[in-house]
Ligand binder design. Structure first.
Ligand SMILES: *[C@@H]1O[C@H](CO)[C@@H](O)[C@H](O)[C@H]1NC(C)=O
Ligand SMILES: *[C@@H]1O[C@H](CO)[C@@H](O)[C@H](O)[C@H]1NC(C)=O
Ligand SMILES: *[C@@H]1O[C@H](CO)[C@@H](O)[C@H](O)[C@H]1NC(C)=O
Ligand SMILES: *[C@@H]1O[C@H](CO)[C@@H](O)[C@H](O)[C@H]1NC(C)=O
Ligand SMILES: *[C@@H]1O[C@H](CO)[C@@H](O)[C@H](O)[C@H]1NC(C)=O
Length: 313
């Protein structure tokens, strides 16, 4: 193809792109780890899957929620960003009409992704394929370690297609869902998930399990603390280990489960009566006329009962 016809093709393609209107990238906010690697094919093309606004199109988020990225990058046209799990396979499939331009892919920094360097500025070792793009090419795993990678078009001649959107943000996520390589994911008690902004997949445990691998049991789910005390799980507890929790008692209560009343008179220690401290740990209820109760009462809130009620005891 002569250069003129190439440029014609490009203009034609770009018009198609503009007519298509804005692209909202399809997203899953949360993804579950797949046990088998997925094969992804990204079309290295300007005709589809190009978003041009970081917030509204590429990530489809409310700009109030995030300010993670500098404003200069916000209006970069780019291929819809991709998120992979570690071990996935990625192919780049080049647009046939661009092939005569001698396209090649380069691995660049975030700055390079935003600025789109000229091909002449891109060192050889950053080129992802030894050859030029022609059909389908697999990106070798050395370029797809965990983290975010920026791949741009480094065209040898002709228009600067990187600026127009031939650039790709690929985030590769590992999982932290197995205690050992033979263990089941999340101990079989939860899901291995990644939210879109997470760096990795993590366990989301089914209650009452907790811990990084859902290997722990939430003893507090049994509600062992009385009298509105808060419950704290101690680390490393298992389902059998019923004691590994701590109850934080309010000042009136004590004991492992906050079930014991501190021995001094407290408001309402004695209903229908007066409370008298007998010692530092005990109290006595002096019941009002018409009410009676045990003489020395320990850990008993409803201490004075109406005489008539006592008949039923
Ligand atoms: C890709 O580019 C980034 C940013 O410059 C660099 O840190 C990384 O090492 C490069 N990857 C490879 C495999 O060279
Ligand atoms: C690249 O993708 C990551 C999420 O995977 C995102 O945090 C980052 O802002 C993106 N960078 C650009 C320049 O769009
Ligand atoms: C605390 O409650 C648990 C059951 O939830 C019980 O087994 C244990 O004996 C109680 N401990 C005390 C000191 O009351
Ligand atoms: C129980 O505790 C919660 C929060 O700690 C508090 O808002 C609530 O008023 C308490 N209830 C009683 C009956 O003390
Ligand atoms: C009981 O003892 C507490 C704490 O020492 C004190 O604040 C309270 O006034 C005493 N109550 C009576 C009725 O003596």
């Amino acid at each position: 193809m002569k250069p003129k016809s190439v440029i014609f093709v490009i203009i034609h393609v770009l018009q198609g792109c503009i007519v298509d209107g804005q692209t909202i990238c399809k997203r899953h906010w949360t993804a579950e780890w797949k046990t088998q690697p997925t094969v992804h094919v990204v079309k290295w093309s300007l005709t589809q899957n190009i978003c041009s606004s970081y917030y509204t199109e590429c990530w489809n988020i409310d700009s109030d929620n995030r300010n993670a990225i500098e404003s200069s990058a916000l209006s970069n046209s780019q291929i819809c960003p991709l998120q992979l799990q570690e071990g996935d396979i990625l192919f780049i499939s080049s647009e046939p009409s661009f092939q005569p331009l001698g396209m090649s892919l380069a691995n660049v920094s975030l700055e390079g992704f935003i600025k789109c360097p000229q091909q002449t500025e891109v060192p050889q070792e950053q080129l992802i394929f030894g050859c030029r793009l022609n059909g389908m090419h697999q990106i070798e795993s050395q370029w797809l370690g965990t983290g975010t990678h920026y791949f741009i078009e480094a065209v040898t001649s002709g228009p600067l297609l990187c600026n127009l959107g031939l650039r790709l943000n690929v985030t590769v996520k590992p999982h932290i869902c197995q205690q050992s390589s033979s263990a089941s994911f999340c101990s079989g008690r939860g899901k291995c998930l990644s939210h879109i902004w997470d760096d990795a997949y993590h366990c989301y445990c089914n209650p009452p399990y907790l811990g990084r691998f859902c290997q722990e049991f939430d003893v507090c789910s049994r509600k062992p603390c009385y009298n509105n005390a808060s419950c704290i799980n101690k680390e490393g507890q298992t389902e059998q280990d019923g004691e590994s929790y701590e109850c934080i008692c309010s000042s009136q209560f004590k004991g492992k489960n906050c079930s014991e009343i501190v021995g001094q008179c407290q408001p309402h220690s004695c209903s229908n009566g007066n409370c008298i401290n007998v010692s530092s740990n005990t109290y006595k209820c002096q019941c009002d006329t018409g009410f009676a109760g045990k003489k020395f009462i320990h850990c008993n809130i409803q201490s004075c009962l109406h005489d008539s009620a006592l008949n039923y005891l």
